[in-house]
Design a protein around this ligand. Structure first.
Ligand code: C2E
Ligand code: MG
Ligand code: MG
Length: 325
């Protein structure tokens, strides 16, 4: 019934729906418990790509509790200074010269140790906590950029942006504040947005991205090749860079399809006047193939893992002369 299209003013509108089901009395005898469990099942339905129904299970209960715990702990993580920004080098493919770093957030949980973003960013996104966390990462990145510049090393820092941040009406003000507070040249700050995020609401996104570009900040498409890009729209976005998803780079040497996709993305990017970055470069053979294909920038364990700013400085010294190749 829900799938049936609605005719509104001559346009055909479709509604999708995610359903969570909890059964009385197995899944709860009180209305609160039943509703909470149905809610956990609905969350699972959303995770499974929406537009489906899921029954509540004990495993869902365990996961829902863990999520709630993470969310509660995350609420105080900023003020208790448990968040850290790690920096992963990005190098010029042709020369091996260090160009900049990607800022990647980490959470030092007092009990669970270092928690990777894959575990807490989704929770932060759902709970809205990504807004203050994202603003904090941005401010940290700007502070670090200014520190590095003061020591004579003007490195570009790229920062990942979530959907909720893009929809935040205060985003432009947050960006301006971070840049102004640390006196950073906005050209040295890049924002990374995923492909699916860009395609979500194209007209709104184009306007917003243009406003961000007007601040002097550059823009990259992250995890390119994993979403559904409309190539027709891609050239209308005011973007500067494509980052080839690491899944292609990882299998490139063994799988001719992934190699073909990698080369095609490099060609596509260059045709659109964009610079192309390969992520997840771990082997020197991969670097050689990417260099031969004309890739502009490389990032991956081959050059350096994400590290705290202090370690990054040591890593730089160990290179001597700033050559990472
Ligand atoms: P991403 O932006 O695509 O970042 C690249 C991820 O690949 C990072 O994982 C990095 O550590 C990992 N990586 C880099 N080189 C290699 C390699 O050679 N081999 C392998 N196996 N992995 C490599 P990380 O730091 O765990 O971050 C995961 C994702 O979390 C990021 O993917 C990004 O989407 C998100 N994220 C991280 N920090 C932030 C943040 O401050 N804000 C937001 N919104 N998202 C963030
Ligand atoms: Mg990224
Ligand atoms: Mg990526």
């Amino acid at each position: 019934l829900i799938r049936q299209p609605h005719n509104v003013g001559g346009a055909e509108l479709h509604v999708s729906c995610s359903i969570g089901i909890a059964v009385y009395p197995e899944d709860g005898v009180e209305i609160e418990t039943l509703m909470r469990n149905a809610d956990a099942a609905m969350y699972q339905a959303k995770q499974q790509g929406r537009n489906n129904a899921q029954f509540f299970t004990l495993e869902m209960d365990r996961r829902a509790r863990e999520r709630m715990q993470i969310e509660n702990d995350l609420r105080v993580a900023i003020e208790r200074q448990q968040l850290r920004v790690y920096y992963q080098p990005r190098v010029e493919c042709r020369s091996g010269r260090l160009l900049g770093a990607e800022a990647l957030v980490r959470w030092r949980h007092p009990e669970h140790g270092l928690i990777t973003p894959a575990r807490f960013i989704p929770v932060a996104e759902d709970s809205g906590l990504i807004i203050p966390i994202g603003a904090w990462v941005l401010a940290e990145a700007c502070r670090q950029q200014a520190l590095w510049r003061a020591t004579g090393e003007d490195l570009a820092i790229s920062v990942n942006l979530s959907a909720a941040q893009l929809h935040d009406p205060d985003l432009l003000a947050t960006l301006q504040r971070a840049i102004a507070e640390h006196g950073v040249n906005p050209a040295m700050i890049e924002l990374e947005l995923t492909e699916s995020l860009l395609m979500e609401d194209v007209t709104l996104t184009i306007d917003l991205l243009q406003a961000i570009k007007a601040l002097g900040i550059s823009l990259s498409v992250d995890d390119f090749g994993t979403g559904y890009s409309s190539l027709n729209y891609l050239h209308r976005f005011p973007i500067d860079k494509l980052k080839i998803d690491q899944s292609f780079v990882r299998n490139m040497l063994d799988d001719p399809n992934d190699l073909a996709i990698t080369k095609a993305v490099i060609g596509l990017g260059h045709t659109l006047g964009l610079s192309v970055v390969a992520e997840g470069v771990e082997q020197s053979e991969e670097m050689q193939v990417l260099a031969a294909a004309g890739c502009d920038e490389l990032q991956g364990y081959l050059f350096g893992k994400p590290m705290p700013a202090d370690d990054f400085a040591l890593w730089r010294q160990s290179l001597g002369g700033g050559n990472a190749g």
